[in-house]
Ligand binder design. Structure first.
Ligand code: UDP
Length: 460
C-alpha cells in the first residue's frame, strides 16, 4: 500500500485493553497510522501486561498506575479486570492526558484512539476536551449482538436458558439462543451492565474503527452504521498491512522451532490447535483433546499455554511418552508464532476457540477452521464461520475424543472438506483485494485519516 504523509506533524494517543487479543490489533493500528499516514504515536498503557516498548522504538510509551494487585491479575478474569481498570485508571489517565496535551514542544495531539472496552475514557476525553475514536478489536457481527442486549433481555433470550438453546433468535439470523455471548466471570452479573456501558460510550465517540473488512461483514456493518449514527471505519485485516512477524506484539515469546518442525510435514496435513491467550480448560477436557488428536492419525501442532489447564503448571497431566507413542506426529509448544504458522504450507486446518484475531488470521491464510468457542464473542464468530461463511465446522461443547477424531477427518478429508476449502480461499482473496488501491479497507483508511485531521482542526 502506498505511503502518505498527511498526518505528519500530528500526534495520536492510543490506549489498549491489556490482553493479548486487544494489544495486538491496537499496536497494529498505531503502526498503520504511523507508516501509512505519518502520524507520530504515543501509547498509554497499564502496568499489567504492558507492551514491550523496544519492539516499537519510534513510539513513545507512557505507563499509568492501574492499581491491580497480583491476586487480582492472577484470576485472569478478563471481564472483571477490565471493569476494575475502567474504575481505577480514570484519574491516572486524566492526569496523563492533561500532561501530554500541555507538551508544547511535541506535535499537537489530533485525537485519542482507545479500545472500546475502556468505556470510562469518553468521560475523561470530554473533561480534557480531546476527540475520542474507538477501536473495536472484535468483529462487527458480534458487536451487533452486543448492541442488541437490551432487546434480547426484553424478549427473554438472555440470560440464556437451557430449555431455549435451540430456539432461533428472530432478529439476529442465523443465531440460535445457544450462540449468544456468555462470559465466565467470578462476577457474572457484571457482563450485561459492562456491555451496555461499552455500547453507550461507543455511540458518544467520534467514530468506531474495526479490524474487519466490508466484504466479510457487510450486513452487520450496515446495520451498525444506521444504529450508531457515527462514522464507522472497517479498515482490516490489520495484520495484512505488514510482513508476517515484522512487528512483535506478543506478550509471550513465540517458540519458532515449530516452524522447522512444520517444514518436515506434508503439504496441508497438519492440524494447528490453539485456544488463544485467555481460555482455560479442565484436565479432563485436555486429555480428550490429547487422545482425539492422537487417534486422528493426522500430524498436529498444539499450543499448550502454561496455565491453560486449570490446576496445572504445564503438561503434567499428559500421559508419559504421549508424543513418542503418537509416532512423532505431534509437536507441542507453549506459544507459537501464529501468523507464520497459519501461512505455512503444511497447515491443513486450525482448531480454534474463534477469538476474533485467530478467526481473521485463519480467513486471511485460507485455513479451514474447527471451532470450539468458549466465551464472549467467540460463539457468534463460530456461528459465522460454520453457517454464514461456511469456512469451518463446529465441535460440540466439551467434545469427547471420538467426536474430535471424527471432526478432524471431516475437515481434512472428503467432499465437505473440499467445499470448505474452496469457500475460504475465496474469502482470502477478498481479504487481499480490500487492502489494495481502491479496495474497501484502503478507501476507509483514507477517510479515517481525513476524519482524524478534521477532528484535530475542530478541537483546536
Ligand atoms: N497467538 C499467538 N501464538 C499462540 C496463540 C495465539 O501469537 O500460540 C496470537 C494470535 O495470533 C492472535 C492472538 O494471539 O493474534 C489471540 O487473539 P484472539 O482474539 O484469537 O484470542 P484471545 O487470546 O483474545 O482469546
Amino acid at each position: 500500500m502506498e505511503e502518505k504523509h498527511e498526518g505528519k506533524g500530528h500526534r495520536l494517543i492510543l490506549m489498549p485493553t491489556p490482553f493479548q487479543g486487544h494489544i495486538t490489533p491496537l499496536l497494529q493500528l498505531a503502526q498503520i497510522l504511523h507508516t501509512k499516514a505519518g502520524f507520530s504515536i504515543t501509547i498509554i498503557h497499564t502496568i499489567f501486561n504492558s507492551p514491550d516498548p523496544s519492539s516499537y522504538p519510534h513510539f513513545t510509551f507512557h505507563p499509568i498506575a492501574d492499581g491491580l494487585s497480583e491476586t487480582e491479575t492472577a484470576t485472569l478474569d478478563a471481564l472483571h479486570l477490565t471493569d476494575l481498570i475502567n474504575i481505577r485508571c480514570r484519574h491516572p489517565l486524566k492526569d496523563c492526558l492533561a500532561t501530554l496535551l500541555s507538551q508544547v514542544d511535541q506535535d499537537p495531539v489530533a485525537c485519542f484512539i482507545v479500545d472500546a472496552a475502556l468505556y470510562c475514557t469518553q468521560g475523561v476525553c470530554d473533561e480534557v476536551q480531546l476527540p475520542r475514536l474507538v477501536l473495536r478489536t472484535g468483529g462487527a457481527s458480534s458487536f451487533l449482538v452486543f448492541a442488541s442486549f437490551p432487546q434480547l433481555r426484553e424478549k427473554g433470550y438472555l440470560p440464556i436458558q437451557e430449555s431455549r438453546l435451540e430456539e432461533p433468535v428472530v432478529d439476529l439470523p442465523p443465531l440460535k439462543v445457544k450462540d449468544l455471548p456468555e462470559f465466565h466471570s467470578l462476577h457474572p452479573e457484571l457482563f450485561y451492565e459492562f456491555v451496555c456501558r461499552v455500547i453507550e460510550e461507543c455511540k458518544k465517540s467520534s467514530g468506531v474503527i474495526w479490524n474487519t473488512f466490508e466484504e466479510l461483514e457487510s450486513s452487520a456493518l450496515a446495520k451498525l452504521g444506521q444504529e450508531f449514527l457515527i462514522p464507522i471505519y472497517p479498515i482490516g485485516p490489520f495484520h495484512k498491512y505488514f510482513l508476517a512477524g515484522s512487528n512483535s506484539t506478543s506478550l509471550l515469546t513465540p517458540d519458532k522451532s515449530c516452524i522447522s518442525w512444520l517444514d518436515t510435514q506434508e503439504h496441508k496435513s497438519v492440524v494447528y490447535v490453539s485456544f488463544g491467550s485467555i481460555v482455560a480448560i479442565s484436565e479432563g477436557e485436555f486429555l480428550e483433546i490429547a487422545w482425539g488428536l492422537a487417534n486422528s492419525k493426522q500430524p498436529f501442532l498444539w499450543v499448550v499455554r502454561p496455565g491453560i489447564i486449570r490446576g496445572s503448571e504445564w503438561l503434567e497431566p499428559l500421559p508419559s511418552g504421549f508424543l513418542e507413542n503418537s509416532g512423532g506426529r505431534g509437536c507441542i509448544v507453549k506459544w507459537a508464532p501464529q501468523e507464520q504458522v497459519l501461512k505455512h504450507p503444511a497447515i491443513g486446518a486450525f482448531w480454534t476457540h474463534c477469538g476474533w484475531n485467530s478467526t481473521l488470521e485463519s480467513v486471511c491464510e485460507g485455513v479451514p477452521m474447527i471451532c470450539s468457542p468458549c466465551f464472549g464473542d467467540q460463539k457468534v464468530n463460530a456461528k459465522y464461520v460454520s453457517d454464514v461463511w461456511k469456512v469451518g465446522v463446529q465441535l460440540q461443547n466439551k467434545p469427547g475424543r471420538g467426536e474430535i477424531e471424527k471432526t478432524i477427518s471431516k475437515l481434512m478429508l472428503g467432499d465437505e472438506a473440499n467445499e470448505i476449502r474452496g469457500n475460504i480461499l475465496k474469502l482470502k482473496e477478498k481479504a487481499n483485494v480490500c487492502l489494495s488501491e481502491g479496495g474497501s479497507s484502503y478507501c476507509f483508511l483514507d477517510r479515517l485519516v481525513s476524519e482524524i485531521l478534521s477532528l484535530k482542526s475542530s478541537a483546536s
